[in-house]
Design a protein around this ligand. Structure first.
Ligand code: PBG
Length: 314
């Protein structure tokens, strides 16, 4: 009766990895999660809707032969991500689609943008130009929200401007505002194939993602994204950044999203596999903590499993 917070399926967004293949492809570092074949995507979204989950975040697993240094495949009008959006919009129009805007699934080096001539850093402004085009294709395909996860400066403003000019005034922007340069993204990089290649230099995104030491910087990023036209602000990862979620909750009236990332999911599964932690109980506690910190919605790989248990309990 007096519980102050709840986690309901409607608070959850399921990230889905999409593949060209014809069979679901299990991801070893994300137990229970498989890449979903495009042909099974709409059925999966329909199933999630029945469980009370109305939002999905789509991530394509791009064929490595289609990757280039500049990620041109992101702007191929019939690429996997755009076909996935069209498929879901057409067959399960009630699903709210959050489409990722960043180049990492498409670049050979796995960075979120186009590198400078020296190859030492991402070129912010050239990347923003590419992201704007990507956002236009994405809105055109029917995404409800574009979700720039790249952390380039000024991209929210540029995307909002371009969407409005093209009459996509109703396409929202979920801004990854406080995205930290975290070591918890490993399994995700396995899932989309953006991890560092054997023999290549380790990939560090620290020049554009945030320093885990910083708290005030998150507030600054949030103000910028808000002024630039974001509709939802996101904090990522979630569990190690609950203070940031709380800060943003208290400083903005926009909805806050939190991304419980791949490594947060993997660590609970790994400990549970060893019999050291109770998977369901730790899962529920982490999700509740993220809601208590102030998140309205949570992107989590646990979404479907949580919703299944939730409806079984009712
Ligand atoms: C990249 C992106 C990443 C995640 C979502 N979008 C990884 C990265 O920055 O390399 C990570 C999500 C997760 O770990 O679950 N645009």
């Amino acid at each position: 009766m007096l519980a102050e917070n709840t986690v309901e399926p409607r608070h959850l967004i399921q990230p889905i990895f999409v593949t060209e293949g014809s069979e679901p492809e299990p991801i070893a570092s994300l137990p229970g999660i498989s890449r979903t074949p495009l042909s099974q995507l709409a059925a999966k979204c329909a199933e999630l809707q029945l469980l009370g989950i109305h939002g999905v975040a789509l991530f394509p697993k791009v064929d490595p032969t289609r990757k280039t240094a500049e990620g041109a495949e992101a702007l191929n009008p019939s690429n996997l991500a755009l076909r996935a959006i069209r498929e879901v919009k057409q067959k399960t129009p009630g699903t709210v689609i959050f489409a990722d805007i960043a180049l990492d699934p498409y670049t050979t080096h796995g960075h979120d943008g186009i590198l400078n001539d020296e190859g030492t850093d991402v070129d912010n402004d050239r990347t923003v130009e590419a992201l704007v085009k990507m956002a236009l294709f994405t809105a055109q395909a029917g995404a409800d929200f574009v979700a720039p996860s790249d952390m380039m400066d000024g991209r929210v403003k540029a995307i909002r401007h371009a969407l409005d000019l093209a009459n996509h005034t109703r396409t929202g922007i979920l801004a990854y505002s406080a995205k930290y340069a975290s070591a918890f993204y490993g399994p995700f990089r396995d899932a989309v194939g953006s991890a560092r290649k054997p023999g290549a230099a380790p990939i560090s995104k620290a020049t554009y993602q945030m320093d885990p030491a910083n708290r005030r910087e998150a507030a600054r990023e949030a103000i910028l994204d808000t002024e630039e036209g974001a509709d939802i602000l996101m904090v990522k990862p979630a569990g190690t950044y609950l203070d940031i979620i709380r800060d943003l909750r208290e400083s903005t009236s926009l909805p806050i999203a939190a991304y419980q990332v791949s490594g947060e999911y993997a660590q609970l599964h790994a400990a549970a596999e060893k019999g050291w932690l109770d998977l369901g109980a730790t899962r529920d506690e982490t999700l509740l903590a993220i809601r208590r910190a102030g998140a309205d919605v949570i992107l989590t790989y646990f979404a479907e499993a949580y919703a299944r248990d939730f409806s079984a309990k009712k």
